[in-house]
Design a protein around this ligand. Structure first.
Ligand SMILES: [Zn+2]
Ligand SMILES: [Zn+2]
Length: 489
């Protein structure tokens, strides 16, 4: 790990408006905050495209939240705005993909063609996140580049969509070139307030020795060059520190998330557990080459998440990871490669703008999906109850798994330099309860470190990343506390 930053850097530059008691509010890092955490009895629910319930509004009036890092004794007191009853604004679920490549790096289509695809396929926001580059200024590429990357009549399709006048070409030393539109130009063509926005992004593409370490920075304002480091963990941390520094400098939220940890077996569950600054990672990445399912010596991402979260809560005493689903799309002409539409996030925010979306994500108010839509995700802190309700599709059946780790199963485990992810108890990330149907709830009793829900549908994914993939959804871990209570004898 690299040097430890100050408390100020670790906390969001803009305190998230935690109007809903979601995962972050569950940290009890300071006894002075406890009374408010034990306060009123809000029953908090979030429904798709519906105004908050009266209870939620009441809760928003009374609720206080805090986020602390017990290691650094960092306390972010993200107090809920003392809004008067009735001033709570409506929050809506917005769908977006935060990992996308275009011809600005190694994708095979033009950025406005890609944005047009997402906009016309039901997405509200998109991060064009090319490798180590921002789509700014003037950039020309050889006109046959799309074709060399598998595009089928890419220029012709582009001209057909945006008109011959919308496509700039030239010839330099006998080579035909085409100009790539920059982000401002693409925004001018496709953004519509309240309907569709583009968020400036970069895939910071780093490595340690031969191990790939890729981190997306969403809502970035200046290029972040790969920072390098003395180990995998130090490299992750160095890049996160660079993003944090920019966030402070620009005074706006920038959300880093670690991409496809199993790609090239670059980042292990033990690494992600250890880097305290890390908070977000890809539980699903649509690229077929990222080894989502693991192998004999590397856990699947599903188990990866539980290993990391169990160690973070029980050993490192830090907040668990939150999971995103993304496309990592590169190819836009069909086929089995990294094509769009496989995974996304649904974020419940007050408005469709980057700040509101990222604040909601930092508050844990989002879920990852590869096709399943949730009508409701709620956390009732008094009953300690997770509740979810699925927006069902006709003819599709659903299994809801509540997954978590018992404190007793994590207690006493000795993490050493020699520990590998395959050494860890199978009881970590156990399926605690399975419900067949379209709604389910689970009481997160004191015996659990955390609980998360996964919905597994019977519907085959229409564009699978692996053979046999079905549509799923993943909630964030809920019911966790820091510091964790003493383990009963
Ligand atoms: Zn990558
Ligand atoms: Zn990528």
């Amino acid at each position: 790990m690299g040097p430890v930053n100050s408390a100020v850097l670790r906390a969001p530059a803009i305190a998230p408006p935690l109007r809903v008691a979601f995962p972050l509010r569950q940290i009890q890092g300071d006894t002075s905050v406890k009374p408010s955490l034990l306060g009123p009895a809000p029953s908090i629910s979030a429904r798709h495209s519906k105004a908050p319930t009266r209870e939620a509004r009441n809760a928003a009036v009374n609720w206080k939240c805090c986020l602390a890092s017990s290691l650094l004794v960092v306390l972010l007191l993200a107090s809920l705005a003392p809004a008067a009853r009735g001033q709570e604004t409506d929050r809506t679920w917005y769908r977006g993909n935060l990992h996308t490549h275009s011809l600005w790096s190694d994708g095979n289509d033009f950025p406005e063609m890609i944005a047009d695809w997402y906009k016309s396929n039901g997405y509200h926001f998109l991060g064009l996140s090319d490798h180590n580059i921002l789509s700014r200024g003037e950039r020309w590429i050889a006109a046959d580049t799309p074709q060399k990357r598998g595009a089928i009549q890419g220029i012709e399709r582009y001209q057909a969509r945006f008109g011959a006048d919308g496509v700039e070409t030239r010839e330099v030393d006998g080579v035909a070139q085409v100009r790539l539109k920059n982000l401002d130009e693409v925004r001018g063509l496709l953004e519509e307030p309240g309907q569709f926005i583009l968020i400036e992004s970069e895939e910071i593409t780093d490595s340690f020795e031969n191990l790939p370490i890729h981190i997306n920075a969403t809502n970035i304002g200046e290029l972040v060059r790969p920072q390098g480091g003395s180990s995998v963990r130090d490299t992750i941390d160095a890049n996160l520190r660079a993003v944090e520094a920019q966030r402070i400098k620009l005074g706006r939220p920038i959300l880093p998330h670690l991409n496809h940890p199993n790609f090239g077996w670059g980042v292990s569950a033990l690494d992600l557990a250890a880097v305290e600054r890390e908070r977000f990672f890809e539980i699903f990445n649509g690229h077929p080459s990222v080894r989502q399912l693991g192998d004999d010596t590397h856990p699947s991402l599903e188990r990866f998440w539980d290993i990391a979260n169990t160690l973070r809560l029980s050993h490192y005493k830090t907040a668990p990871l939150m999971g995103l689903a993304t496309d990592d799309s590169h190819h836009y002409f069909g086929g089995q490669g990294p094509t769009p539409g496989r995974g996304w996030v649904q974020v419940r925010a007050e408005a469709l703008d980057p700040t509101k979306l990222l604040e909601a994500m930092e508050a844990g108010d989002f879920y990852a999906s590869t096709g399943v839509t949730l009508r409701e995700v709620s956390w009732d802190p008094v009953k300690a109850e997770v509740r979810i309700e699925i927006a069902p599709e006709e003819g599709v059946t659903y299994e809801i798994q509540f997954i978590g780790t018992r404190r007793l199963d994590a207690a006493g485990f000795e993490l050493t330099e020699e520990t590998t992810p395959t050494d860890l108890p199978e009881t970590w990330g156990a399926v605690l309860e399975t419900v067949t149907g379209t709604e389910g709830s689970f009481i997160v009793r004191d015996e659990f470190l955390y609980v998360r829900a996964v919905v597994i549908s019977s519907k085959p994914h229409p564009n699978p990343a692996w053979s046999g993939q079905v549509e799923q959804a993943w909630t964030q871990p809920m019911g966790w506390r820091l510091p964790i209570p003493a383990t009963p004898e």
